[in-house]
Design a protein around this ligand. Structure first.
Ligand code: MG
Ligand code: MG
Length: 259
């Protein structure tokens, strides 16, 4: 059995502060995501909100081992068939786009990480069932994140909702431990794995839970920019994420509060 690090009450307060900045940023960016607005403009707005709150964008300049270049923005902006890791660029939003907005911020050395998927204007392709299923999957995963449960319980809860609604996961991707680093062990899978049963949750653990669902079943490919992950069949996808603290009173969402 592997144990996750425990956060002290003071550390959890710091993570609440980071989570609040992320929630405020997503709130502002979501409201600004209108037809004609460029992705780069949304990213500039996010950087302003994060810095005015006294925090630091955690994605900007981030370069995991697999990435060809440091990330170029404060947000991952992933339209339509882009599942995650879309780069802020000059693309203008169009009526009917489905946009995943993923944001990370660091406050006093502690991280928050959260994502939402929103419609830009109308819903011509009837994405509502996909959005609902992905939000419900996140909610089920959070509800399962209680002391004594394992990450297998979290993964099974997420996967059950995805299956019940007939959607597929982005393979090989999921959530993660989070604290002084954005991405910490362990991997928090969206589908049951053998390893997930070896991680038991205790009050004081902090994890990011993030289902990524799509209508197709054909897997994914990475675009030439080395970052953007798109569904292989071009089907649309949705992504929701929260940073969550496990407490004796149940899961506490650290990235929900905008006030
Ligand atoms: Mg994220
Ligand atoms: Mg994350």
């Amino acid at each position: 059995m592997h144990t996750l690090p425990l956060r002290t009450p003071t550390e959890l307060d710091a993570m609440r502060a980071a989570g609040r900045v992320v929630a405020q940023t997503l709130h502002a960016v979501q409201a600004a995501a209108r037809p004609g607005v460029r992705l780069r403009e949304l990213d500039e707005l996010a950087q302003t909100v994060i810095r005015e709150a006294g925090a630091v964008p955690s994605f900007l300049g981030y370069r995991p081992a697999w990435a060809p270049t440091p990330f170029n923005g404060a947000l991952c902006l992933s339209p339509n068939e882009v599942v995650v890791h879309g780069r802020p660029n000059g693309r203008r939003l169009r009526e009917g786009d489905l946009l995943s907005i993923d944001c990370g911020a660091i406050a006093d050395g502690w991280h928050g990480d959260s994502a939402v998927t929103v419609h830009v204007g109308a819903d011509p392709e009837d994405d509502a069932p996909l959005l609902l299923a992905t939000e419900l999957a996140l909610s089920a995963g959070i509800t399962a994140a209680v002391p004594g449960a394992t990450l297998l319980d979290v993964a099974t809860a997420i996967d059950s909702v995805a299956r019940a609604h007939g959607f597929a996961h982005l393979p090989d991707h999921g959530g993660h431990g989070i604290g002084r680093n954005m991405h910490e062990a362990p991997f928090v899978p969206n589908e049951p794995t053998r390893d997930a049963a070896r991680h038991r949750l205790r009050a004081g653990n902090t994890i990011a839970i993030e289902p990524m669902l799509h209508a197709g079943t054909s897997g994914y490919r990475t675009k030439k920019d080395g970052w953007s992950i798109v569904t292989a069949d071009g089907k649309r996808s949705a992504h929701f994420e929260h940073t969550v603290a496990i407490t004796d009173d149940g899961p506490e969402i650290l990235t929900a509060c905008v006030s």
